[in-house]
Write a protein that binds this ligand. Sequence first.
Ligand code: NAD
Length: 366
Amino acid sequence: MKHKIVLIPGDGIGPEIVGEAKKVLDHVCQKYGHEFQYEEVLLGGASIDVHGVPLTDEAMATAKSADAVLMGSIGGDAATSPWYRLEPSKRPEAGLLRIRKGLNLFANLRPAYLYSQLKDACPLRPDIIGEGFDMLIMRELTGGLYFGERKTYEENGIRAAMDTLVYNEEEIRRIAVKGFQIARKRRNKVTSVDKANVLDSSRLWRKVVEEVAADYPDVELEHMLVDNCAMQLVRDPGQFDVILTENMFGDILSDEASMVTGSIGMLSSASLNETRFGLYEPSHGSAPDIAGQDKANPIATILSAAMMLRYSLDLDAEADAVEQAVEKVLEEGYRTGDIMSDGCTCVGTREMGDLIAKAIWGGGSH
Ligand code: NAD
């Protein structure tokens, strides 16, 4: 199958980790007979250096024309980089916000999966970890408290501030549909998280999610209050498959869920819009402290590429192959510095990419 993929290497370790993800995708194409056409665009500091702005209109148009975008990360060291002497609207992060908005990305997906080989990095007790966990936090990105009307004011000499949490049924329906569709690609369970015992917006959320659930009788739906969910994530994380929730609850819960997996170098993410299109990127930043030193862990980006195969290109077997290749290389004891432990073999960014690419073929990474 032919697909057009835009690559955004970005700044810091971005070019190194995107290079390794592309290497793995090249092997997937060879093995499964696909053709991916790549186009690279500049974003963030890399774009400032060449064009004077963090995102050009041409780069935006190129991203829009693709089936999916695979990104590294952007930004530099705020204390030393000249990019941060520019006004805020010209800094690297402004380009990231603009591209996310321009692509209408409203659903953010962050998997939290515990690799048995990395169990020692998990801060939870072994009896809580049990057989491990594999969940996906699906967070609404464009509505709720972060986008509602707000003001700070004074009344009778007393300072006050107000934020509003607004959702309409269309915003809830479109993310609920995504949640149920994605649960069908996983273990057919959605936990919808709200605060329906207190908030009107949550009561509407719950009603609309139930309406959508009627179209997915094969997917189990449960509702959970956000305070309980925060507790359950550290009490029994194995109970979750897809956690579907609004913007602020998702912001908090996704950080909590990713922390219980251990390493930042392993965490992938996706942001989707109403079509199959998505932007895929690691959850970590551009790590300027280790850039260009062959030290970065490319696995979060490689796993983001696997999400791209699954959610934008509908290539489930190929996505499974990438995830299994990562698992196999970890099983064989290879680690980058950030996830290194006793008795393992420490490898650099490029060697980790080579090992995973080789393991795609299933014959072992030796
Ligand atoms: P960071 O995630 O870049 O780094 C935090 C620590 O984790 C560092 O010690 C770094 O070396 C390490 N680390 C991160 N990714 C790693 C990997 N793949 N392998 C090994 N070690 C890794 O966070 P930061 O230092 O706060 O931010 C650096 C820059 O990244 C800033 O400019 C920030 O704005 C930007 N940032 C960008 C994104 C994005 O592009 N979406 C996200 C977060 C931060």
